[in-house]
Design a protein around this ligand. Sequence first.
Ligand code: UGA
Length: 439
Amino acid sequence: MAEHIGIVGAGYVGLTSAACFARLGYQVTCVDTDESKVDALGRGEVPIAEPGLPELVAQGLADGTLVFTTAQAELHGTDVVFLCLPTPPDGEGRPDLGVLEQVLPQLGRILRPGCVLVTKSTVPVGTAARVPRLLGRGDLPVVSNPEFLREGHSVEDFLHPDRVVIGTDPPAAPSAHRVEKLYEPTGAPVVRTDTASAELAKYASNAFLAVKLSYVNVLAELCERFGADVGEVARTMGLDARIGPEFLVPGPGWGGSCLPKDTSALLHAADAAGVDFGILRDAVRVNARQRARAVRTVREAVTGSPSGSLAGTRIGLLGLAFKAGTGDLRDSPALAIAIALARHGAELTAHDPAVEAVPELDAVQVVDDPYLVAKDAAALVVLTEWPEFRDLDWARLAAATARPVVVDTRNLLHPEMLANAGFTHFGVGRPHPEATPFG
Ligand code: UGA
């Protein structure tokens, strides 16, 4: 008989896993302590914007293969339980395992013998080894199965993963085989390993992406000095199969709920282990500089000087989310840049297709019409790479501005298109115009 799966936590990892396992044909019970969230999910209302997820949840509810509950005791009937609990950074950037430490003793009293316990959300190296002690029993096999889901693509990433990582001690434990079988319908390559390697592999992947992005962001700075075009440099690099074309687009810095948190956690872990992970520390430092660089470019574009005053200047922002395809503002470079511009006295109007308001930032007026951001603006700043921004009527936007200037921190827009629409254009990693018309 197919395994009955339990999921603890209905955040974006837990909910995606629950809905996708139901789609793969398993019976799934998803537990969360948030009563209103569980009620809403039971009605098919999905609180996060993930393409395909509402459909999978609706299907699972209709088939009866997907059940949401606040009653942890219902996990007693399950065969494999996935922990999808938050591990947010504490004040110093170390992962806070408080929720996990609270839930595991409760599960220890509920789960039946033979049940496999799987850690799925990102946890520090060594956590799986600590689980039996936290559970208060040593008879349940523990598996580390880190997630690699991108926000905005989580369903696609779950059903068609690049790889599935399964860590057990020892790697050949029968529980590894049981968890591996669950993913068989995806056809993905499986890495069977020990728990510490599985846990580290997750941090290593996110940290590597962060280093790659900071690398290309510094290259962009160099290109501006040398009169080179970072798009051409990255295209050349990306054609080398050893490098690959992904994550080579420069931007205002990397953000979101994962890369900043995981780089910080790995740096703390390396420090504690006495290992100098200088290259990662530099990637984090470069990332802060990249945000500051974007602010300086806006000041230069508007005043002719990277330190010019923005006091009383109207600036229109296109994008607030940390990347396209999501309304997530957590550690968003776009938001950080907006806050910095507001501190310099700019009056900001912003549009983001997935953001209705930014309650914590009353200096930004959020509008649902992208053309309103251009009204009397001294510059338009593209901060998030929403593809629909390309399809705006840029001549109409130019006509609405006080000064037709675009700072494109994502290199989203075609320079020729902008020139034809009448804009002076500042990109990333491309030579800046020799002088702004307003300097
Ligand atoms: C990241 C990883 O990509 C997932 O594999 C991982 O599972 C997830 O974290 C997690 O740990 O849960 P995500 O946070 O959704 O996923 O964000 P990414 O798509 O990785 O983007 C990160 C940042 O890099 C964004 O700010 C994005 O705008 C930026 N970026 C990305 C660039 O500036 N240029 C690029 O070429 C690509």
